[in-house]
Ligand binder design. Structure first.
Ligand SMILES: [Zn+2]
Length: 257
């Protein structure tokens, strides 16, 4: 008897999770209403420099994300005028749970549960409507590290963690990383070599049919970098030089198979 009740409860919870994921998918891949994306800035390393930078952030710093999604969606014939709106929220005080670099599948599953718990609490701002997608942007003083830790975007839970540099000159490339993780929450997959970071040909190229192929002028958003030659690649200055490739457009349902 109790065993049956326990199993029934478990099935109920699993069904609720599955329905929730399905509803999230419908809401984020319908492209009928503007998708609200909350940017939650955080001082990633506790330095005064990062703090100063976070305090100086304005909505203007993220307007390139709205423009990028509108421009690229319209290129694919998506009718909605503003597909995405990135909204800046006040600075949070708590950092999201960290994901160990060597975490296995179980470690990642546990982290994503903790992440959802964290997001549910960290995004409550009195008087402000909760966004559909929550992106935590952790700013770091560039002097404290050469390379920021890996960023993550979760489709299940619609949460992203982005590591960014607390430097005005990097605001453009920070927006590329934010748009990339946002794309993950919408169902897009990476299109670069996870070992070397090189864009994958042809899906990770902005213009795979270009002659000559190199250098590529723009980058594909899920590759994040444009190929200058067979071995060299770089991140563009900002989203102006980034496109959504046809494979990514299909993944986020801007186009149909
Ligand atoms: Zn990625």
């Amino acid at each position: 008897m109790w065993k049956n009740i326990r199993i029934a409860l478990l099935l109920l919870v699993l069904a609720a999770v599955a329905i929730n994921a399905l509803l999230d998918r419908i809401a984020t891949q319908g492209w009928k209403d503007t998708l609200w994306v909350g940017i939650f800035p955080l001082n990633g390393d506790g330095t005064p420099m990062a703090q100063h930078y976070v305090e100086g952030l304005t909505a203007e710093d993220f307007s390139g994300i709205d423009e990028f999604f509108a421009r690229e969606a319209h290129r694919y014939g998506v009718a909605i005028e503003q597909p995405v709106h990135a909204e800046l929220y006040p600075q949070g005080s708590e950092l999201p749970p960290a994901l160990a670099h060597d975490a296995g599948p179980l470690g990642v599953a546990w982290w994503s549960l903790k992440m959802r718990w964290f997001a549910a609490h960290a995004t409550e701002v009195p008087g402000r409507a909760p966004p559909r997608i929550r992106l935590f942007v952790l700013y770091h003083d560039p002097a404290t590290l050469d390379r920021v830790p890996d960023s993550h975007g979760l489709q299940k839970g619609l949460i992203g963690v982005v590591h960014a540099f607390a430097l005005s000159a990097m605001a453009g490339s920070n927006n590329i990383v934010i748009a990339h993780e946002l794309m993950h929450t919408l169902g897009a997959s990476d299109k670069y070599d996870l070992g070397s970071g090189a864009p994958l040909y042809p899906l990770g190229f902005a213009e795979p049919d270009r002659e000559p192929l190199y250098p590529q002028v723009r980058a594909e958003i899920m590759a994040g970098r444009r190929a200058l030659s067979r071995q060299d690649f770089e991140m563009p200055q900002g989203l102006r030089d980034v496109v959504v490739g046809s494979a990514t457009a299909l993944e986020i349902r801007w186009t149909r198979p």
